[in-house]
Design a binder for this molecule. Structure first.
Ligand code: CP
Length: 317
């Protein structure tokens, strides 16, 4: 595997889940594979889970790991070609990226949507420069439009906990005080659409996602109706995607918060969220603390999804 940025890059998802569960049963089975190989993790944005789980996955495989926080201690990077660099940015990505590539064998990149320019965000301008100029296999640690390591971990978690061949999975928008990117919901939709689950998306009017990600998923604007009979409730906030509202918060209506009352509408569903989560905005304390909450196992599976991706990349070097 030379690139991991979308669900297509993982190939057959049944094979990928099988491989993930094998690795989970013996996560040190390939501890010699990464000997004398170096992973560079480049962060343009904050992280807890991605940083720790990906580093742990690399260590399981015997790799060396370097972490670069671009905003702490590195030169401020210019991303646009053609600009006169007479401002505060001391280095251009066009030099920085191949230099980074010269110190490692595989690169992971975290670079969120900036909400300044929808086209630039949706063209993944930062991530694609790493793919083009690093000379190394590149994987996304959450980019502007997708978070595939998260979605893969979500899929592994659903496969572990499902009790029906075709569970009903409901992704619901929930309120948040700040504008959050669409990467997690886009990606979750993309991965769920690659399964044969009954997949439903619910959100207020104005929060429609890019149809390239939602595909044929059933969109239901009535959250209570969407939750009826759900086996898994996947909560997430995102800012508006459509038109001039791109990147805006249109609602903080706590009617959409996932509460115990809302969960009663489901078929005793499991609750999922990628974390970090704003309690009592996205989900009530009692739901996230309940026995049906999968937020911790879901986060733990981030180590497994990252290990599958790194293993495949090491095998292709
Ligand atoms: N879910 C997730 O990616 O968490 P972090 O932002 O903490 O890495």
């Amino acid at each position: 595997m030379k690139k991991f940025t979308t669900v297509q890059d993982i190939g057959d998802i049944r094979d990928a889940v099988r491989e993930a569960l094998e690795i989970k049963a013996d996560r040190f089975a390939y501890s010699g594979l990464g000997h004398n190989r170096t992973l560079l993790m480049v962060f343009f944005n904050s992280s807890l889970r991605t940083r720790l789980s990906t580093q742990k996955a690399a260590l399981n495989l015997g790799m060396n790991v370097i972490v670069l926080d671009v905003n702490q201690g590195a030169w401020k990077l210019e991303t646009e070609r053609g600009v006169i660099m007479d401002g505060d940015k001391a280095e251009h990505m066009l030099e920085a990226i191949p230099v980074m590539g010269s110190y490692c064998d595989i690169i992971g990149v975290r670079s969120f949507a900036r909400f300044e320019n929808k086209e630039a965000d949706y063209n993944e301008e930062i991530l694609n420069q790493f793919i083009k100029y690093s000379g190394r296999p590149v994987f996304s640690m959450e980019a502007a439009t997708r978070h595939p390591l998260q979605s893969f971990a979500d899929l592994i978690t659903i496969e572990e906990y499902k009790t029906k061949a075709r569970p009903k999975v409901v992704m619901t928008w929930a309120p948040h005080p700040r504008a959050l990117p669409q990467a997690v919901p886009n990606s979750f939709a993309e991965w769920m659409n690659a399964t044969d689950y009954d997949f439903v998306i619910t959100h207020p009017h104005g929060y429609e996602l890019d149809p390239r990600f939602t595909g044929n998923a059933h969109i239901e604007y009535n959250q209570d109706k969407a939750l009826e009979g759900a086996d898994f409730v996947y909560a997430k906030n995102w800012a508006a995607y459509t038109g001039d509202n791109y990147g805006k918060v249109l609602s903080t209506d706590r009617f959409w918060t996932v509460t115990a009352e809302k969960m009663k509408l489901t078929d005793n569903a499991f609750f999922m969220h990628c974390l970090p989560v704003r309690r009592n905005m996205i989900v009530s304390d009692d739901v996230i603390e309940s026995k049906r909450s999968l937020v911790i196992p879901e986060a733990a599976n981030r180590e497994i999804s990252a290990e599958v991706v790194l293993k495949r990349m090491l095998q292709s070097l």
